[in-house]
Design a binder for this molecule. Structure first.
Ligand SMILES: NC(=O)c1ccc[n+]([C@@H]2O[C@H](COP(=O)([O-])OP(=O)(O)OC[C@H]3O[C@@H](n4cnc5c(N)ncnc54)[C@H](OP(=O)(O)O)[C@@H]3O)[C@@H](O)[C@H]2O)c1
Length: 286
């Protein structure tokens, strides 16, 4: 394929890394950007950017013009798949997209109620070649969702008990996505993307303490205390419930599985938590 690769969620944790990797590979990548004022800078130059809104089909023609591959993600605020995601999949199928790489969720095959499962089903029915990137929990949740607690209180405020997580660095997801979008052999495959180690939050706090040079605690709040704090911060109730569900499954040991797919696809081990904390140290300074 020789057309443009359209990248949705291009200002987000993963989309920005997909874009960076595609530009580094010399691929013709186009950033589909919700707020054009936030248009991302690609490595080695400014990526072509176009306004795009999943909920506004009038933005589709300019975004898809000349594109033959799509990196598809579901913004966390979108839960109505039929109304807000199906139109873009239908449009892609009718307008020259030959391969869709979807940012999905690990364990989705056992969890038919999550939006990602519904999107995977639509992709299977779309007639377009697909690849599912079923990701574990991102390291970058620490420098986004949990950043305020880390910087203001030197604390990881997560109700996950002693449960372990095989955290993945979003940069590894970007590297995998760029390969899958530009190399043959990945159509109709689903990959499980995790890091190479499963850590408890106590262990993450110890790594952060060593790398940031100040004590970081893991306070393991009750689900109620967690919900209260995030509601106070303005998180919608639905999103807080999703987070509580994620941390409950972590507590139950369901986030600890390690997959070999990242190492196999990239030919190197996944980025470790220690490396992530080192690379993001400036973000965690007070
Ligand atoms: N966090 C995790 O640990 C984890 C693990 C596995 C899977 N996932 C899945 O990964 C996805 C989130 O990826 P992410 O963390 O890279 O995203 P993110 O950082 O939350 O960014 C969301 C992106 O979507 C854009 N956006 C929001 N509303 C839009 C709309 N109506 N139309 C077009 N674009 C819109 C945002 O643009 P603006 O910046 O302009 O608002 C932003 O670029 C979710 O589906 C989540 O379930 C997450």
């Amino acid at each position: 394929m020789s057309g443009v690769i359209l990248v949705t969620g291009a200002t987000g944790n993963v989309g920005r890394e997909v874009l960076r990797e595609l530009i580094a590979r010399g691929a013709a990548a186009r950033a589909a950007v919700y707020n054009l004022a936030d248009a991302p800078q690609g490595a080695g130059g400014v990526a072509e950017a176009v306004r795009f809104d999943f909920r506004d089909p009038t933005t589709f023609p300019a975004a898809f013009a000349g594109a033959d591959r799509l990196f598809l993600m579901r913004p966390p605020a979108i839960s109505n798949v039929k109304r807000d995601m199906q139109p873009v999949i239908d449009y892609a199928a009718r307008h020259g997209i030959g391969h869709i790489v979807f940012l999905s969720l690990i364990g989705v095959e056992r969890n038919p109620i999550v939006p990602h499962a519904k999107i995977e089903k639509l992709l299977r029915q779309s007639g377009v070649a697909w690849t599912m990137l079923r990701c574990g929990f991102f390291m970058q949740n620490l420098d986004t969702t949990h950043w305020a607690d880390l910087v203001e209180a030197d604390d990881i405020f997560v109700p996950a008990g002693g449960g372990r997580t095989a955290f993945i660095d979003a940069r590894d997801i970007g590297a995998v996505a760029a390969r899958v979008l530009t190399e043959p052999g990945h159509a109709h495959k689903a990959y499980n993307l995790t890091g190479g180690e499963a850590l408890s939050y106590g262990e993450v706090a110890a790594i952060m303490t060593e790398e940031l040079g100040r004590p970081i605690t893991y306070s393991d709040p009750s689900p109620l205390a967690f919900a209260r704090r995030f509601r106070r911060r303005g998180y919608p109730g639905g999103m807080v419930n999703v987070m509580l569900g994620i941390y409950l499954t972590t507590r139950l040991g369901m986030a600890a599985g390690i997959s070999p797919d990242v190492a196999r696809l990239l030919g190197r081990p996944p980025i470790t938590m220690r490396q992530y904390v080192r690379d993001y140290a400036a973000t965690f300074q007070k």
